[in-house]
Design a protein around this ligand. Structure first.
Ligand code: NAP
Length: 292
């Protein structure tokens, strides 16, 4: 890789080595998505799936340096543990508490989290150009919710309500980021959801409820979805969850999880290559891999 330019960014004619580390990894659509982006720019090299068990994570990260990878994505279950293996962590990734993208600058490894910012870029480009002043109900308080809520609060919404099955987890999140905006917590009993949903402009599902193969499930009773608001679901398998189908039937604008996946990859691609990612090509590559 091109050490002469002070980084591992490949010089002309060199191979760009990228990959994704996870366990399992066979199901990942990241290789097909990033290889399509590289092909679009005529970049030589490859983005490969890397099956890494937990006990080998540190050695695998060391291997990024040894093999001259420009960077990797990190997925389940390594997003938290990988942080201890890096030289530096971006401030937002540190606040979220997880890393999904590593950039190798001449052997110096920096961790970023592009999940939350990828989601917000997708939501703004595909559904709500301006999030400021909006009232947002977030269903779930897990890892994905952390990234999304942190990025969302930077958009200056009027209020964010976190509704979670385990109320304590919602409270923890609301307390942790109370200084970043108006953020409150509630449970998922029908009365709490009714009150919170009724005042929402946007509802975002960050739980796994409704994901394949449990596609018949929904995290919110259809009768509680206000007419004409925006409803978003992080799940992209299926592309249109039951929640989104029911929201559409109530004249809502719907936003699925594919855009988040594409844009978290787009940000990573931009960090590695310094070029604006071809998001539409990446989206089409993932859709084709799904057989759509
Ligand atoms: P996670 O950390 O395990 O959190 C799961 C969340 O869902 C928790 O808040 C949990 O509540 C809640 N939950 C799980 N099962 C539930 C049920 N039966 N009823 C009610 N609540 C339930 O998972 P995650 O990493 O945040 O991922 C969540 C979803 O986001 C997954 O479907 C994943 O595929 C999707 N995702 C999509 C993208 C994308 O690129 N589109 C990226 C990341 C994640 P408790 O606190 O009560 O357990």
């Amino acid at each position: 890789m091109g050490k002469e330019n002070g980084s591992s960014r490949p010089l002309e004619g060199e191979q760009l080595l990228l990959g994704v580390m996870g366990d399992p990894i066979r199901q990942s659509k990241s290789p097909v998505m990033h290889n399509a982006a590289m092909q679009e720019f005529g970049l030589a090299g490859s983005y490969v799936p890397l099956h890494v068990k937990g006990e080998n994570l540190e050695a695998a990260v060391e291997g990024i340096r040894a093999l001259g990878f420009r960077g990797v994505n990190v997925t389940v279950p390594h997003k938290v543990n990988v942080m201890a293996c890096l030289d530096a962590i971006d401030a937002d990734a540190k606040a979220v508490g997880a890393v999904n993208t590593i950039v190798n600058d001449g052997g110096f490894l920096t961790g970023y989290n592009t999940d939350g910012i990828g989601y917000i870029r997708s939501l703004k480009e595909e559904a709500v150009p301006d999030l400021s002043g909006s009232r947002v109900l977030v269903l779930g308080a897990g890892g994905a919710a952390r990234g999304i809520v942190h990025a969302l609060l930077k958009e200056k919404p009027a209020e964010v309500i976190i509704a979670n099955r385990t109320l304590e987890n919602a409270h923890k999140l609301a307390q942790e980021w109370a200084g970043l905006g108006k953020i409150t917590a509630c449970g998922t009993d029908s009365e709490s959801l009714r009150v919170s949903a009724a005042k929402a402009d946007i509802i975002i599902n960050t739980t796994s409820v409704g994901m394949f193969p449990d596609s018949g499930a929904s995290p919110l009773d259809a009768s509680l979805i206000p007419e004409g608001i925006v409803v978003s679901d992080l799940i992209y398998n299926p592309l249109k969850t039951r929640l989104l189908q029911e929201a559409e039937a109530r004249n809502c604008r719907i936003h699925g999880g594919l855009g988040m996946f594409v844009y978290q990859g787009a940000y990573a691609f931009e960090f590695w290559t310094g070029r604006q990612a071809p998001a539409e090509t990446m989206r089409q590559a993932v859709l084709a891999a799904f057989g759509v």
